[in-house]
Design a protein around this ligand. Sequence first.
Ligand SMILES: Cc1cc2nc3c(=O)[nH]c(=O)nc-3n(C[C@H](O)[C@H](O)[C@H](O)COP(=O)(O)OP(=O)(O)OC[C@H]3O[C@@H](n4cnc5c(N)ncnc54)[C@H](O)[C@@H]3O)c2cc1C
Length: 454
Amino acid sequence: MGNYIGGRAVVLGGSIAGMLAARVLSDAYENVVIVDRDELSDVRDPRRGVPQGRHAHGLLARGQEILEELFPGFLAGLVDDGIPVGDLCGDVRWSFNGYRIKAAPTGLRLVGIARPVLEHHVRQRVEAIPNVSFREGHDVVGLVAEGGVVRAARVQRRQPGAEAEQIDADLVVDATGRGSRAPAWLESMGYPRVPEDRVKVGLAYTSRKYRWHTDPLRGDMSINPVATPKHPRGAFLHTLGGDLGLLSLTGTLGDHPPTDPAGMLAFAKSLPVPDIYDAIRDAEPLSDPVMFQFPASQRRRYERMERFPEGFLVLGDAVCSFNPVYGQGMAVAALQALVLAEHLSAGRAPNPLKYFGDIKSVVDVPWEIAAGGDLAFPGVAGKRTLKVRMSNAFMARLQVAATHDPGLSEAFLRVAGLVDPPQALMKPAMVLRVLRTPRTPALDSAPSSLERLR
Ligand SMILES: Cc1cc2nc3c(=O)[nH]c(=O)nc-3n(C[C@H](O)[C@H](O)[C@H](O)COP(=O)(O)OP(=O)(O)OC[C@H]3O[C@@H](n4cnc5c(N)ncnc54)[C@H](O)[C@@H]3O)c2cc1C
């Protein structure tokens, strides 16, 4: 390229959001340095800085489209590596309240991949970009600012006695995830506290890897009995290829799936479909059960700040960390990377407040889906506007109608996959289709009966 708008950009955090940011920054800055506290090279297993990596992750359809756009041939690379790929609806057993929605091919892909392996594939592509380098094993300890401009990041090697050093930068992008220290750094520079929205869900995932003796998926990619207000316990059981699978049990509002094997089995048995219990009762566990607690969805409203330092941006979970059962975090990080690319394409350093205004636009819909959806659970505190109540009632009705109508399954997954806007479900023809179908779930789609027929 050669037409750079700056010398160096530093990205704090080398997980999915940080690497996608680095990918787009590499078109605009002479060199891009990614700093992470973990050692990253060749890591394909869960690591300390990303503890959620032990739990089931799905990449939403829109996220896959963007990865393909940023790294052409990305999906083909996964297939070459033996990663199973299927159809998000046709090859997945989605169920709500014990009833499976009709499966039909949608053309939306799903990859059966563990989170650390996905990260590894993204990292391979980022490592291949000549002007991107990684500073691994370094803690980010702060920013250096002068006169309202961030000029450098302060980092410190993770070894006893190491001294903090400074990496000068024309732009610093914080992608250190949910625990980002950006709000505290800003306060220490004299800015007001960034406003934050929180929706307490008291969620926990308990996960374990298995080897199947008899494959419970039988060609499907995943079995997902999704938590609903009526049945707040849920699960995601994903293939990891061959005879390997990963199960995450989910429990909300303090009803956490236990981490002892017997308790985990009992929790699986209490789910509204038998598939999960049947899958694991005779399977060979390959890891100890491990829990991740997620107290609340959290959204930092940087767009509401009246002033913000130049030379500093925030992206990924550091901006918004969604209830993970909606599977949105990585796709929304990818959407945010596109916002960053758009701002860089103007040929000058992004204006932070304009950037955050556009970040708001891409976070609004997934936040509405997740935070609004959580308000369907009576124990979740928050304001239930008429729009939220109507939307939750409609979605519940749609999930029943989708047990009869595969077209509705597809429409639902296109919206949940962030490919289509929620308004796509509200078109008169769609609403009629939902209202015309019987109010009772199709019995032939109940996983129990369906599976016995197979
Ligand atoms: C249980 C669970 C399940 C999830 N399931 C899904 C799913 O199905 N689909 C989906 O899209 N998303 C899911 N998510 C969200 C997803 O994990 C994140 O959105 C995704 O990892 C992108 O986050 P990120 O890159 O912004 O931050 P993170 O992945 O949290 O990474 C932050 C990075 O910053 C580094 N770091 C942090 N602080 C410092 C520091 N001070 N110095 C140096 N380095 C630092 C860390 O080492 C890490 O590499 C789930 C989350 C949880 C908790």
